[in-house]
Design a protein around this ligand. Sequence first.
Ligand SMILES: [Zn+2]
Length: 307
Amino acid sequence: MKCAYCGREARGTKEHIISSGILDLFPECYLTFDEKRGVIHQGDPMIKDVCADCNNNKISYIDSYAKNFIGRYFVKNYGEDEQVKIEYDYTMIQKVLLKYAFNDLRSRRDDISYFDEELLQYLMNESDRVPKEYISVLAGLAVNVSPAPDFMFGNLKLRWCKNPVFYENSTIRHINYETGQVFLNDECKVQTFKDLEFSYAFRFNSVQFLLMCWKKDSENIDTENIILKCQYPYTLFSKEENVATLSLCTDESNYHRFEQIHVSWDGLFEVGRMRKLATPDSAKKYLQQLQEAWKEEEKRLKEEHPR
Ligand SMILES: [Zn+2]
């Protein structure tokens, strides 16, 4: 086997698609839902095309950072009105998300030509601290603002996908405040970005990241970044800074359908507010009871499936 990172002939070792350290933070999510292959299995998502040296020595610093970063901020859940100030290392955030994307692409036998020698060296070389201009990273808080509790769709705290769908406009055309009727925007188009090669969405419990991989010689990245920043409820990370304030990026619908990226002014935010105001306190009580019961169940699952 040829190692996916260093290219040397060697025996393949098992490499986690998402760092094992992150999976360790969420032992209650012990099942893998592989939608692409249509299977659910008990075991971590892995690939086996990395040599022992790369896996254990060259790229493991990325996993350490990922575990500390996610463990520090995103194991806990936040309220929908909360703003969370985080400290980040931009180079490391790029490397974490690039590594996961690269792993995922290989596990799907997808095109990996974007990961050329330069990008592989960037990942393998811990002392390479110059972030890539052709990579953008955005993040927001994932908060379940929907009436559907988390467990209804499975324990999906860790999720990722290639090419999430960016909407160009609100998915809601009109709300009739007299009747509460909601009219969908049937003409809502998908936003395309100039020179975007591919993108990824990652959900790690209470945070959602967007990774944008642009053409390496593109001159449109600054403009496209402005569109991203203005159009979506995400914070754009920057190489000049090491702190960011994250706020809510999910609405009633895309908290669960995480691959749908809605615009900041999407009417669904308004629908959520309206529904909450119209919900009697007695109903809220039941939702709360259900959530409490689920917390207990998660505790039990954690004990039943130690890592
Ligand atoms: Zn190697």
